[in-house]
Structures are given as structure tokens and as C-alpha cells.
Design a binder for this molecule. Structure first.
Ligand SMILES: *Cc1c(COP(=O)(O)O)cnc(C)c1O
Length: 376
């Protein structure tokens, strides 16, 4: 049997069918329907955010967030400071908005943007910081906020990995999507929480909400007025129904992922040459991924382990390799600043399979293959 790096969680079939049944009465299938409205409200509560706009997917959410915040616009030579250690979507969203990505290196302890290196990259063209909560680990949100205020920059988070993550500050707990001017969430089938395809922008400013609402519906203001060059990025009722069903189970899902993660950690914590992602202080995680680094002093390379697992029908993923700066579509396009830590992590990282219903035996098998010497 194949084990993939992730597997979508499915709600009970009957619950989904019951949720979509009223659509045969209303025949209102998209454009801000009843389920869409209900889902938006329930998500706002769950995430602890004041504003949320549902989208057809995470990538469009990110493209439109850059537009709604005025980062992308007629002035086409704006720069956005970002990270190359991410999924294609993050860099593409900048470039497709005709903005220039300026790549900043990442931290060694959680692979998010290294805030201490941001200021050096700021020029008079810099408009925003687009940082990624990689594997659900929060960026240094307070330091980034400070820099943004000092230089009057917008802050956008790619929170595709971070659904439900919370940060503790004293006795207060904040949802990760409360930080920055906007956060993009992805509800793609491979994510911790999904609506098949889907996404959202979380924001705090109502003006941003109004703009997003128009941008995702062709810029239409009223029957006769169109005041933005908008796209179509709406979420339909069937996907909102999937979201409403999955939201009932999300806490249980995360709890199961926690147990799987703990089993991996137990098995691998003492293996020399394997580095686990350090647990993040003051963070309530979502256990979205289980990345390991295969260090240079380990007897096998990352790619050898990846191939060995693949031969045994276990499909780990080299997230994020290559760095987006190495894509052929970006070759020679942007001045590249050295990002040595990102290069190194991309060369060593392997995400092992992790999902709620992954069996303990499969975890043990994966660990035995990874650490063949110790288990033989
Ligand atoms: C999944 C993902 C996206 C894109 O989200 P979609 O919903 O698939 O469009 C963007 N950034 C990161 C880091 C992702 O993992």
C-alpha cells in the first residue's frame, strides 16, 4: 500500500450530504450563498480574527491580498521582501503582480524569514514584507511588526501551513492570522484543514475587506458600476459545505497529528545526524508537517533516504527543495542575494508522511528505513 506525505481528512459522508441537500431547494450555488456566509462566520470565530474573505484557493487569496493592500498597483517597480524557502505560490504571487521579490535568508531554528536580516534589504522601493509561517511555525511577528512600522511597510503572511496555530503572549493567546495587515490561508486538500480547493484572507481593516470582496468578483461594485480590475476568486457553496463539515473535526484532527508527531520524535530524537524541528516556545502548534534534516555526518544523504522510502512505497517530500530562487522561470531574473541558510536547509530537509490517520506501525517503518543502522 502507498503511503503519501499527507492524506485529506474526509468528514462522514452523511454529514456532507446533509449539508449540501438544501442546495437542491435554494439552487443558490455560489456568489455569497448561505453556506458561504455561515462558513465565513464560523471560521472567523475559530481563528479569532475580525475580518475574513473566503477565496477559491490560497494562491488567489495571496495575489488579491497584495492588490487590496495597495502593494501591487499601477506603480510597477515596488519591491517585496520575502523568503525563497517556500512553495512556488508565494514568489509567484509577487511576480504575477509585477512586483520584484527581494529574497531574505531564513532562521536556522524554524526556517522562517530571518527578521534580523530584513532591514539591510529595504530600499526606497520596498513596499511590503511577505513572510511565510513555514510548517506552521510562526515568524518573528513582533520584530517584523516593528520593522514595518519604522519603514511604513505592509506585512502579509503566507499562513498556508498555519491553520489554527496560536501564539501565547503572557496570559493572552492570539490566533496566528491576527498578525500583519493580512494573512493568507490555504484550504487545499493537502492542508491540515481543507475545503477541497479553497483559501481565505484574514485582515483587520474593513477597507481591506471591501476591496477583497470586489477584487474576487470582477471588481463589480453594483449592477452598473465596476471600479476595480478584479479577478474571479469566489468560493462556492459545495466547498463551503466541506469546510463547515471539516471544521467540526479540526480539533480532533490536530490532536491525532500531535500523537503521530510525538511518536516520530520518540523514535528519532536520539539519532545522530538527524535534526528535528525544535519545538517552538510559546506556540500552540497544528502539527502540519514533520520535517527532518539529514545532516552531512549522517551515513546516507537526504536524496538516498528519499529514494529508499520511495522504493518501499512511502512518499516523503522534499519541501522546500529547490528554493524558489532556483526555479528555471526565475533564472537570471532577480538579483540574487545570498541566502546560505535557506540553501543548506533546502539541501537537507525531508518531510516525512504525517496525517491524522497515519498508523503507528507506518511511522515505525518510516523511522526504521531512515535510521537503518540503529534498527537493524
Ligand atoms: C499550499 C500553499 C500555498 C497555495 O495555496 P493553494 O490553496 O494551493 O493555492 C501557498 N503557500 C504555501 C506555503 C503553501 O503551502
Amino acid at each position: 500500500m502507498k503511503t503519501l506525505v499527507t492524506r485529506s481528512s474526509m468528514p462522514p459522508f452523511e454529514e456532507y450530504v446533509a449539508m449540501i441537500k438544501p442546495l437542491w431547494e435554494s439552487v443558490w450555488l455560489t456568489n455569497n450563498g448561505a453556506l458561504h456566509k455561515q462558513f465565513e462566520e464560523e471560521l472567523k470565530n475559530y481563528l479569532g480574527v475580525t475580518g475574513l474573505s473566503l477565496m477559491t484557493n490560497g494562491h488567489m487569496a495571496l495575489e488579491l491580498a497584495l492588490q487590496a493592500l495597495g502593494v501591487a498597483g499601477p506603480d510597477e517597480d515596488g519591491e517585496v521582501i520575502t523568503t525563497p524557502f517556500t512553495f512556488a505560490s508565494t514568489t509567484h504571487a509577487i511576480v504575477r503582480n509585477r512586483l520584484k521579490p527581494v529574497f531574505c535568508d531564513i532562521r536556522r531554528d524554524n526556517y522562517t524569514i530571518d527578521a534580523s536580516k530584513i532591514e539591510n534589504l529595504i530600499t526606497r522601493k520596498t513596499k511590503a514584507i511577505l513572510a511565510v509561517h513555514v510548517y506552521g511555525s510562526p515568524c518573528d511577528v513582533y520584530k517584523i511588526e516593528e520593522i514595518a512600522q519604522k519603514y511604513n511597510l505592509k506585512v502579509i503572511y503566507d499562513a498556508a501551513h498555519a491553520f489554527g496555530v496560536r501564539i501565547k503572549c503572557g496570559t493572552k493567546e492570539s490566533g496566528i492570522a491576527q498578525f500583519g495587515d493580512a494573512s493568507m490561508l490555504s484550504f487545499h486538500a493537502t492542508k491540515v484543514f481543507h475545503t477541497i480547493e479553497g483559501g481565505a484572507v484574514a485582515f483587520s481593516d474593513t477597507q481591506t475587506g471591501d476591496k477583497l470582496y470586489r477584487l474576487k468578483n470582477f471588481g463589480i461594485m453594483s449592477e452598473t458600476e465596476v471600479d476595480y480590475v478584479g479577478a474571479n476568486a469566489k468560493m462556492d457553496e459545495f466547498r463551503a459545505a466541506m469546510g463547515l463539515c471539516n471544521l467540526q473535526y479540526i480539533d480532533r484532527e490536530i490532536k491525532k497529528r500531535k500523537a503521530k508527531t510525538e511518536r516520530y520524535r520518540m523514535n528519532l530524537k536520539e539519532v545522530k545526524g538527524i535534526t528535528l524541528l525544535p519545538e517552538q516556545k510559546g506556540v500552540i502548534p497544528n502539527y502540519a508537517y514533520f520535517p527532518v534534516l539529514i545532516e552531512d555526518d549522517f551515513p546516507a544523504t537526504r536524496d538516498e533516504i528519499y529514494a529508499e522510502l520511495k522504493d518501499r512505497n512511502i512518499f516523503a517530500r522534499r519541501y522546500f527543495y529547490p528554493l524558489t530562487t532556483r526555479y528555471s522561470c526565475y533564472k537570471g531574473k532577480f538579483d540574487s542575494f545570498p541566502t546560505p541558510v535557506a540553501e543548506e536547509i533546502a539541501r537537507k530537509v525531508l518531510c516525512l508522511p504525517l496525517f491524522a490517520d497515519l498508523s503507528g506501525e507506518t511511522i515505525d517503518t518510516v523511522c526504521k528505513i531512515v535510521d537503518a543502522r540503529r534498527f537493524q
